[in-house]
Ligand binder design. Structure first.
Ligand code: 13P
Length: 262
């Protein structure tokens, strides 16, 4: 059985002051649940690059904060050198980063990241011992054209092609673009169908596809998380807006720790 993973993607939000309050509230909530003997799941927060040190220092100060991992929102496809503005996987490791989101649709759209860029970033992350969370997802136009599976499989196949059996070490996030930040969530069965297709694709390519966690992202919130997380191939969530509100994020974590039957 795969342990569920809930990841907060803060995107380009936060400040030293706001982050501190959010980290305290999340750490307190996770710590209280653990002290009460409640079931747990894996949790990570993906902060903007300048705040990774803040999250790491917070972890060092607060024992309970060790109950979540540190994530980044991107990683360079290059190892080091003259790549102004890029941040390497080795640098992320220096700050205790365990996960890196790769190929988020906002980067594919605004930074013109291609499937090949994403595959190269995955390679760099894996080489540094960081788990890449590879985002795939179709636009509304693509869904309406019946192209959902074709699109997500194309995005994932570039990663499989370049990384081979190491792909058993990644996590995948299915994030339908039309569901991100819109309040429009995929129906649990709709998401499950795509997750199952991705798992089948991984199964055809590598031996240990059953260990790869496939997260759902796109307007997951405190109200809809339990039903999504009850699906057999939904192994967690990649959470945007709701990860900035500690009570909502904690409710999603609790739903992941205790998945109810749909
Ligand atoms: P929202 O949860 O705000 O829809 O964002 C999802 C997302 O893009 C997480 O990476």
């Amino acid at each position: 059985m795969r342990r569920k993973l809930v990841v907060g993607n803060w995107k380009m939000n936060g400040s030293l002051q706001d982050n501190e309050a959010l980290l305290v509230a999340v750490a307190d909530g996770i710590g209280a649940a653990a002290a009460a003997g409640k079931p747990a799941c894996d949790v990570a927060v993906c902060a903007p690059f300048p705040y990774l040190a803040q999250v790491r220092d917070f972890q060092a100060r607060r024992a309970a904060a060790a109950l979540f991992d540190i994530g980044a929102q991107d990683v360079s496809q290059h190892e080091n050198g003259a790549f102004t503005g890029d941040v390497s996987a080795a640098m992320l490791r220096d700050f205790g980063v365990r996960y890196a989101i790769v190929g988020h649709s906002e980067r594919r759209q605004h930074q013109a990241e291609s499937d090949v860029n994403v595959a190269l970033k995955v390679k760099r992350a894996l080489a540094a011992g960081i788990t890449p969370i590879v985002c795939v997802g179709e636009s509304l136009r693509e869904r309406e054209a019946g192209m959902t599976e074709f699109i997500v499989k194309r995005q994932l196949s570039a990663v499989i092609h370049l990384n081979g059996p190491c792909v058993s070490e990644i996590a995948v996030a299915y994030e339908p673009v039309w569901a991100i930040g819109t309040g429009q969530t995929a129906m649990p069965q709709q998401a499950q169908a795509v997750h199952a297709a991705l798992r089948a694709q991984l199964g055809a390519a590598i031996d240990r596809a059953d260990r790869v966690r496939i997260l759902y992202g796109g307007s997951m919130n405190a109200a809809n998380a339990a039903e999504l997380l009850a699906q057999p191939d939904i192994d967690g969530g990649l959470i945007g807006g709701a990860a900035l509100k500690a009570p909502d994020f904690l409710k999603i974590i609790a739903a992941a720790a205790c998945p109810k039957a749909a």
